[in-house]
Design a protein around this ligand. Structure first.
Ligand code: CP3
Length: 337
């Protein structure tokens, strides 16, 4: 029998919505913070036994229907020749960001070799939870990755990359396309190593005007997601009012942030499977509030093709009881066909 999450991703009827949370394996879990006392973030993701242990923390707490491999979208920077680290209080820092338009045409090293630790993690996860729970892989999208490579670190407005687009659109196109190539290989590698579902996080691409998104981003999403061999989910923030651009990506499932009403999304997308979309800040309310708001989303989404998730990642100080209430709301649904 296929995993519930895979069935929902294909648009099938499900007796209840499958549930997982973006960033479920991170800092809201006390044991994660303990492990991070011992290992830096990069050590943790590059040591399969440690990454496995972290991935399984939320599984032990909540038994979600999917475990998302503990890693980061930035891992593909290394096969493209960038070095990076995560600085506490700052976020990701790229040590050798792109130097100018002449630096945008990049070829990548073999991902199976450079990112072998991710392959090993996926194999381990399959051995641990594979028969019960879907294993979720992921990669960053070209715009989001290029925005780190251009800025050298987090950039709230993505200005360095948008300036490149304004000054030299061909260099911009080339940079995005270098990322799309490595991401496509990387997702194929993850599926080969046992990912049941993959999510493409092009979180920041929604800052582009629609015509720019259509010209530069959409064709790359289509290229990355075509014929992958496992169901895919696309996630971009700030896409309300233009969900068609996500539907056209070729992903099986359209990820929704919390600014889109679930009812509205259904109207725009018909029976296309969707994922989402509780506001992560609602998890700071009491469990009754969490259950009520979650139930509204489940009801508005209906019984086919809905994966329950937040509208973005879990925040760091989120109470464990709220996450539990969220997951249990999905698990308590019993539908008759
Ligand atoms: O969902 C999961 O549980 C899997 C893990 C996961 C991480 N990052 C772990 C992580 C996933 C799916 C990501 C994706 C990611 N990383 C995105 C796209 C997703 C999104 O949030 O929209 C982006 C833009 C990044 C880049 C990145 N890496 C950021 C912004 C940060 C946080 C920096 C900070 O200090 O707040 C990281 C580091 C990172 N990745 C952490 C975790 C748990 C924090 C590391 C720590 O300090 O312990």
């Amino acid at each position: 029998m296929d995993h519930l999450l895979v069935r929902a991703a294909r648009g099938e009827w499900t007796e209840r919505p499958p549930v997982w949370l973006m960033r479920q394996a991170g800092r809201h879990i006390p044991e994660y913070r303990d492990i991070r006392e011992e290992y830096s973030f990069l050590e943790a993701i590059k040591t399969p036994a440690v990454a496995e242990e972290i991935t399984l923390l939320p599984w032990e707490y909540y038994r979600p229907d999917g475990v998302v491999m503990f890693s980061d979208i930035l891992t593909v920077l290394e096969p493209l020749g960038f070095s990076y680290h995560i600085e506490s209080g700052v976020g990701p820092v790229v040590e050798n960001p792109i130097g100018g338009p002449g630096d945008c045409d990049r070829s990548h090293d073999d991902v199976a070799r450079e990112l072998d630790y991710v392959g090993e993690l996926l194999v381990r996860l399959n051995e641990r939870v594979g028969s019960e729970t879907a294993v979720i892989g992921f990669a960053g999208g070209p715009f989001t990755l290029a925005s780190y490579a251009a800025a050298g670190g987090p950039s709230r407005t993505n200005m360095p990359l948008r300036k490149l687009r304004a000054r030299d659109p061909e260099a911009f196109r080339t940079l995005l396309s270098s990322f799309a190539d490595v991401v496509r290989d990387y997702l194929a590698f993850q599926i080969e190593k046992g990912a049941d579902v993959v999510q493409l996080f092009d979180t920041y691409a929604g800052v582009l005007p629609p015509e720019e998104y259509r010209e530069f981003v959409l064709p790359l999403h289509r290229e990355i997601l075509a014929d992958l061999g496992a169901p895919s989910i696309v996630f971009v923030r700030r896409m309300g009012g233009r969900l068609d651009l996500l539907a056209d990506s070729g992903a099986d499932v359209v990820g929704l942030d919390w600014t889109v009403g679930m009812g509205e999304a259904r109207e725009q997308l018909g029976d296309r499977p969707v994922q989402g979309n509780l506001d992560p800040s609602y998890l700071f309310g009491d469990p009754t509030f969490v259950r009520e708001r979650t139930r509204e989303i489940i009801d508005a989404a209906g019984s086919r093709g809905h994966i329950l998730n937040l509208g973005h990642g879990v925040n760091r100080d989120t109470p464990v009881e709220s996450v539990r209430a969220f997951v249990e709301t999905a698990k308590s649904v019993e539908r008759e066909q």
